[in-house]
Ligand binder design. Structure first.
Ligand SMILES: [Zn+2]
Length: 319
């Protein structure tokens, strides 16, 4: 191996021999690194450790999907906020370590929604945990982008966890009659809900919680019906600090804050979803607590503030 001195000498002699030769472009060219940073972000709520986890992003034509508005108006509002026509939309989950138990809130998409998603398990591991460490998985609702990751190749991804869902949410999605009556993409959602939840039911690892009840000791829930029939935010309070994991109270962080009356095609009851958002925004403003959105740009954690155009989203300061 050449010594440092001989390398230096060689380099210097090269310079002296050819002082006006420009450095070769090939010398500095590196291939693009492509991959994004691992998708986890950690914070403390009182004495509890919270880890925001990314499942990835999904490319959505948001302006086409919003309702109670026109595509043209939604497009220009997003455009003014420097968003492209097809918006990379985050899918986020939270991991809560209460000290007593490790609780995952929402489970990502698994293998259901393409290669730009399904990164939850990799990010759980990057954040220092293993899937078998998780004691409970609590869902905000059973849509596939929140429940798809419950299974991997038909088996439970979280082998030691009990799955916990609001009881009316479970009743709605696990009803064979509802599944039979559904049409289009909703029918597909019913089939996927069955595939993702049933392995936990069969293993005796499935529990429901009542409206606004605690899914596990140390966490609470707020029933915000509309997006789905039992859609529930999950709350955590410790030592005077509070975070509310909203689930799908908003899709994105621009239009539905300025115009909370705008709904989205994925809302099963759009009118109720608008009312739920109105309540959730008012409560977050009054309570001044942190909220986390499943579809707000990762880590999706911040505050809500009143402004001249209804509401404003303030992402948490990086720490
Ligand atoms: Zn969702």
């Amino acid at each position: 191996m050449p010594s440092r001195r001989s390398i230096l000498k060689g380099a210097l002699s090269g310079l002296i021999a050819a002082p006006f030769v420009t450095p070769s472009i090939g010398f500095a060219k590196a291939p693009y690194a492509v991959v994004q940073a691992p998708g986890f972000y950690r914070l403390k709520i009182g004495s509890v450790e919270v880890t925001a986890l990314s499942d990835g992003t999904v490319a959505l034509p948001l302006a086409k999907l919003y309702t109670n508005t026109t595509e043209q108006h939604a497009h220009s509002a997003l455009n003014e906020a420097f968003l492209p026509e097809i918006v990379p939309t985050s899918v986020n989950a939270l991991l809560v370590n209460t000290g007593e138990r490790l609780v995952l809130i929402d489970a990502g998409t698994g293998a259901y929604l393409g290669a730009s998603l399904g990164k939850l398990v990799a990010n759980i591991e990057a954040s220092g945990y293993k899937t078998h460490d998780i004691d409970d998985v609590v869902l905000t609702h059973i849509h596939t982008d929140h429940s798809g990751g419950l299974v991997s190749n038909g088996k439970r991804t979280f082998s030691n966890a009990t799955l916990r869902v609001n009881e009316r949410e479970a009743k709605f999605w696990l009803s064979a009659d509802n599944a039979k009556a559904a049409t289009g993409v909703v029918k597909q959602h019913f089939a996927e809900a069955y595939q993702c939840v049933t392995p936990y039911v069969k293993a005796g690892k499935f529990e429901t919680f009542a409206d606004n009840a605690a899914p596990v000791p140390g966490l609470g829930s707020i029933l915000y019906v509309g997006h789905t029939p039992g859609h529930s935010a999950i709350t955590l309070e410790s030592e005077g600090q509070k975070i509310v994991f909203w689930g799908d109270i908003t899709h994105g962080d621009i239009l539905q804050f300025d115009e909370p009356g705008v709904a989205i095609e994925f809302d099963i009851d759009q009118k109720a979803a608008v009312a739920a958002r109105d309540t959730a925004f008012k409560q977050a403003v009054d309570g001044k607590y942190l909220v986390a959105g499943a579809h707000i740009a990762f880590p999706g954690i911040g505050h809500v503030r009143k402004d001249t155009t209804n509401y404003d989203w303030l992402p948490v300061n990086y720490a």
